[in-house]
Write a protein that binds this ligand. Structure first.
Ligand SMILES: O=c1[nH]c(=O)c2[nH]c(=O)[nH]c2[nH]1
Length: 307
């Protein structure tokens, strides 16, 4: 931030949607593959560029883009999106005197190794659905803010969901029920409690593993055991249980935000003039709709960090 004769300027500049894919080949012939879309945003001392057209303190956004490919090349071992974001952020804040902080976001495309006749393929992948995301902020002193997340996790259960006891007034038409469909598209983001570069875990692919484990904790809580499931009295209650499961299982996560739209499946009833009814809803025929849909979101954090 800079004061300019009674005016205040806050600025950052960067490059968005830098797409990079990287293959790592094991000695035994197995290939590992990732595809990332990288966003970089630099906070830097480059005021003259704004106020007098002097670009001498500017890191060109084209240079930022090229850095993504140069660093991808340098990473000779497979690494998580989080670790790649940290590599980039560390580079920008340490290499350029002008850069005071770097924010790097990555969205990983969900390429999954394919299995052919039950056997994992050495170099074949197919696109899955939900995406792994991360955002890293690093400043010159090595202070870190690390967030990871999931986007587009579409899940549905055909029973063990209800909604009762809500406020009723002259505008309330919704019947109470203990039997309905429950469907949502989860967006999650969670903050790790590592607050400096020097406190990061050294284990390779630590954050890739965590991502898989958090996803599993979210899914297990939403669905419950395979046979009997688990009853949900509302999206709100299920969201809270899911967030609690993540904080309960992972002490290095300090807070989690969940966004869980309520995607409705409306019961279909078709009345008839002659017969009593053409279609009488019996928990079987639905009209799926996401317009409009309920929006339910919450953030759960620890009052005191466990770390
Ligand atoms: O789980 C739900 N939460 C709500 O807040 C809500 N509101 C609504 O109309 N249906 C539902 N379902």
């Amino acid at each position: 931030m800079a004061e300019l004769s009674g005016l205040k300027l806050e600025q950052r500049h960067g490059k968005s949607r830098v797409r990079v894919a990287r293959v790592w080949r094991d000695r035994d012939g197995k290939h590992h593959f990732v595809e990332w879309s990288v966003n970089i945003s630099l906070i830097s001392d480059c005021l003259p560029a704004y106020v007098s057209g002097d670009n001498s303190d500017i890191v060109a956004t084209d240079t930022m883009k090229n850095t993504v490919y140069a660093k991808a090349k340098e990473c000779s071992e497979q690494l998580s999106a989080e670790d790649f974001a940290i590599v980039l952020a560390k580079h920008f804040t340490s290499f350029y005197q002008q850069v005071t902080a770097a924010i790097v976001n990555i969205v990983e495309k969900p390429w999954e190794r394919i299995s052919i006749k039950g056997q994992q393929h050495e170099h074949g992948f197919k696109l899955g659905s939900e995406r792994h995301t991360t955002e890293v902020m690093v400043d010159k002193s090595g202070t870190l803010r690390l967030t990871s997340g999931i986007e587009g996790l579409s899940i549905l259960k055909t029973t063990k969901s209800g909604f009762e006891g809500f406020i009723r007034d002259q505008y309330t038409m919704l019947p109470e029920t203990r039997e309905r469909m429950m469907a949502t598209e989860v967006t999650a983001s969670w903050r790790y409690s590592f607050e400096s570069l020097s406190s990061l875990p050294l284990k390779p692919l630590y954050f890739t593993e965590r991502y898989m484990d958090v996803k599993e904790a979210l899914l297990n809580t939403f669905f419950g055991p395979s046979k009997e499931g688990v009853y949900s009295p509302s999206v709100q209650a299920t969201l809270y249980e899911m967030a609690k499961a993540v904080l309960g299982r992972f002490p290095d996560i300090s807070f989690i935000q969940l966004k869980m739209p309520n995607l409705h499946f409306l019961p279909v009833n078709l009345p008839s003039k002659d017969k009593p009814v053409i279609v009488k809803f019996a928990d079987d025929v639905y009209l799926p709709t996401d317009e409009p849909h309920g929006t339910i979101q919450a953030t759960l954090s620890r009052l005191r960090s466990k770390m």
